[in-house]
Design a protein around this ligand. Structure first.
Ligand SMILES: *Cc1c(COP(=O)(O)O)cnc(C)c1O
Length: 387
């Protein structure tokens, strides 16, 4: 029998990094000492107290049964407490919080609750690919909002044509931003609330990097904006904050009716996350956050080392105040792909071509702070040799 894939699988965007991945593997197999700044995954381990909690929890027999899909009460309470302490929020763990199996699954599933065929999702570009993929799988249309450096990587909500606006149901935002490291201001979030109310649009804020901030900067929650609770939901993840990408745990908070819609989809798609993982995640959320302070210190040091390295080579990216990414404009005469190719071929440095995150990312590469400080200094040495 010939196996036929669905139309939606055929419509998936092509994976742009095939050639770069092949070159990287080739370099490694030839024995090149590759420095990989391409991966958005913390290289540091999960803090020990969280792992220790997991070790105990895994033996707790009641956790061996099916969890509830929206998360155990103790976890939802911890998520609410975390947010209420960290932001000026007053969340109800029963109606305004749901557990997630990592935020990616919920970002993917979300449009299934609110989007009908032919309706539009507003998606920032360059951006996390799942906003578009979730829209595509739900039978919706994506309308891209370019994030440009001259607009501080904030979308221009006034540029959306009125026929698109009429069909728009959902707006995705992500600050601190992957891949640009752009930040949202309170003023921008207020504009978003007005825009959402005027046009009947649900605002989904992806806050995966809310805790990964430097130089004393504290990222706001979208939900702190006056009126935001009427229109919004925010997706939080333990992945980056506590080096827990492999554990698959996060939570969404916000407007009860919006959270309810997501819960409805999820209760039909999954049966929740292993309660031992929820227990360990609860320990992380209720801790004194000193591990997060340490995480920030380490990335800040690496960021400073990479800034020095890039400056020494004549590149002058803006210094990111958040996220573990540096969004670097490529030198004159280069494209994202040609510059990434040059760095790999001549210096054994892997970075991600910016156009892979969307067309307006052309002319940039993304470098991740996921290697130790000493390796960042080595990046500087190598760049000086080739640029
Ligand atoms: C890493 C990341 C996530 C988090 O994904 P998880 O599924 O929670 O591991 C979400 N959004 C963005 C923009 C990210 O970079």
């Amino acid at each position: 029998m010939e196996i036929r894939y669905s139309e939606r699988l055929h419509r998936l965007p092509p994976y742009l990094f095939v050639e770069l991945d092949r070159k990287k593997r080739e370099a490694i197999s030839k024995g090149v000492d590759v420095i990989d700044l391409g991966i958005g995954d913390p290289d540091l381990p999960t803090p020990e107290f969280i792992v220790n909690r997991m070790k105990e929890a895994v033996a707790h027999a009641p956790y061996h049964r099916y969890p509830s899909s929206n998360g155990m009460k103790a976890f939802r309470e911890a998520a609410a407490t975390f947010c209420n302490r960290r932001f000026s929020l007053d969340l109800d763990p029963d109606t305004q919080v749901t557990a997630l199996i990592g935020s990616k699954e919920a970002i993917f599933h979300f449009p299934l609750a609110f989007l009908d065929p032919g309706e539009v999702v507003l998606v920032p570009t360059p951006g996390y690919p799942v906003y578009h993929i979730g829209t595509l799988f739900a039978g919706g249309e994506t309308f891209y909002l370019p994030l440009k450096e001259e607009n501080d990587f904030l979308p221009d909500l006034n540029s959306i044509p009125s026929d698109v606006l009429k069909r728009a149901r959902i707006l995705w935002l992500n600050y601190p931003n992957n891949p640009t490291a752009g930040l949202a201001t309170g003023d921008f979030f207020s504009q978003v609330v007005d825009f959402a109310k005027e046009n009947g649009i649900i605002v989904c804020h992806d806050a995966a990097y809310s805790e990964m901030t430097f130089d004393g900067y504290r990222a706001p929650s979208f939900l702190e904006t006056p009126g935001a609770m009427d229109v919004g939901i925010e997706f939080h993840s333990l992945s980056k904050t506590y080096n827990m990408t492999g554990w698959r745990i996060g939570f969404a908070v916000g407007n009860p009716a919006i959270v309810e819609g997501l819960k409805k989809v999820k209760s039909n798609a999954d049966s929740g996350q292993f309660e031992a993982i929820q227990d360990a995640a609860r320990e992380a959320l209720l801790s004194d956050q000193s591990c997060v302070v340490e995480m920030r210190r380490i990335y800040e040091e690496r960021r400073n080392a990479l800034m020095e390295a890039l400056k020494g080579a004549g590149l002058k990216p803006p210094c990111p105040k958040a996220t573990f990414y540096m969004w670097v404009k490529v030198p004159q005469g280069h494209t994202s792909a040609s510059f990434a190719g040059l760095l790999l071929d001549e210096a054994g440095i892997v970075c991600t071509p910016g156009n892979g995150f969307g067309d307006p990312g052309e002319g940039y590469v993304r470098m991740a702070l996921t290697v130790p400080k000493e390796r960042m200094m080595e990046v500087g040495e190598r760049l000086k040799r080739i640029l």
